[in-house]
Design a protein around this ligand. Structure first.
Ligand code: ADP
Length: 353
């Protein structure tokens, strides 16, 4: 029989590591091994803590200077290179004589919590923004209709060769462009209706590449398109038309990001989400990746990508990725982007199977 304290430590979801005053590990529970990504079955007891790939400054501060912390956060890098946010506390340990005998650190993985709060704040911002934009769009529509109507009357009253006709035309063009924008906005804010049905995801993606090749025409001459697909079929339940619409937008964005040409990769796979940054999805997921070798983007652009009307293009409407996010959220999926300036961009869509 193990002693009760040992049983508690083994069953605990939080990681616990203790060291003695010489910095050697005196306790390391199973959750600590899992969270830190340490090899199962290896005995770390008696080893110097410095041998673990782990930010141990707080533990050593506790044994050296008796400085302890409570409920702090830090990010660690696991052996495979993945980063993991932790909440942790440290405490000094004393022996029966009141002498310092070591220190203990307890910690928990807060990646899921952080992801939830990131999503909640994004949803809040977008909801507020969407509501405001829809109200403004409604308010604009009526006067805009009036301006367009009166400009039409004015045009009718002017002689065919009157030079002022050119000015009236400009007004009408401006009204038409504003109308398009307002209509797009109202479409974006309208509740989304999904038509979910069982499909072969590989086929959905292949069909979309077919549409894209027709659309992109001779731009494809300077772009090397590579496919990296799992073997067919990859069954899942999705709304194929909406997913193809999103994918087309990703492909067009990729092409626009490579004005001098480059390589465009489309990947389809099945993913175990526990090994990815997206921690809110149940495994397994079907994954679609569109990556390009184009101009990439700054962190600032990356943080605004999914906001409606955010665009860096002169003729962009900034609704492509915002709509993509909305459709993917409605599927219970997620979209991630990896990019840096001049290093291309990779968009990954995760959809529950
Ligand atoms: P739009 O294409 O109309 O601008 P999107 O919502 O599709 O709207 O894209 C928003 C912005 O995201 C783009 O203006 C661009 O700055 C950035 N972006 C999207 N895809 C890429 C990409 N593959 N490479 C670099 N930047 C991109």
């Amino acid at each position: 029989m193990k002693d009760p304290l040992e049983q508690i430590l083994e069953g605990l979801g939080s990681g616990v590591i203790a060291i003695d005053t010489s910095g050697r590990i005196s306790l390391l529970n199973p959750a600590a091994k899992t969270i830190l990504g340490l090899q199962e079955g290896t005995n770390f007891l008696g080893q110097p803590i410095s041998e673990l790939l782990f930010d141990q400054s707080d533990l050593t501060n506790a044994v050296v200077d008796k400085v302890t912390v409570k409920d702090q956060e830090k990010t660690i890098v696991r052996p495979g290179g993945t980063r993991l946010p932790l909440r942790f506390s440290t405490q000094c340990l004393y022996d029966k004589n009141g002498e310092l005998s070591g220190a203990v650190e307890s910690f928990e993985d807060i990646s899921r919590l952080q992801e939830l709060s990131r999503q909640a704040s994004r949803v809040n911002t977008l909801t507020a923004l969407g509501e405001m934009a829809a109200t403004v769009a409604h308010e604009i529509r009526n006067p805009l209709g009036g301006i367009g109507g009166f400009a039409g009357l004015l045009e009718r009253d002017l002689e065919v060769d009157d030079p002022r006709r050119r000015l009236v035309k400009k007004i009408m063009e401006g009204v038409a462009s504003l109308n398009r924008m307002v209509t797009n906005l109202l479409n974006y804010t309208r509740p989304l209706q999904l038509n979910l049905r069982p499909v072969d995801f590989v086929e959905v993606v292949e069909d979309c590449i077919g549409f894209f090749e027709i659309d992109a025409g001779n731009r494809l001459e300077e772009i090397k398109l590579q496919r990296d697909f799992v073997a067919k079929p990859l069954p899942c339940r999705t709304d194929p038309e909406q997913i193809q619409q999103i994918m087309l937008n990703l492909l067009h964005n990729a092409v626009q990001a490579m004005p001098q040409g480059g390589s465009l990769q489309v990947g389809v796979s099945e993913t175990d989400t526990s090994e990815t940054e997206t921690t809110l999805l149940e495994s397994p997921c079907v994954t679609l990746t569109v990556s390009d070798s184009g101009m990439g983007m700054s962190d600032n652009v990356k943080s605004k990508l999914f906001m409606p009307f955010f665009t860096t293009k002169e003729d962009g409407n900034g609704l492509g990725l915002a709509t993509a996010k909305k459709v993917i959220d409605a599927h219970g999926g997620d979209i991630l982007v990896e990019s840096a300036p001049n290093e291309g961009a990779a968009f990954t869509i995760f959809l529950p199977k």
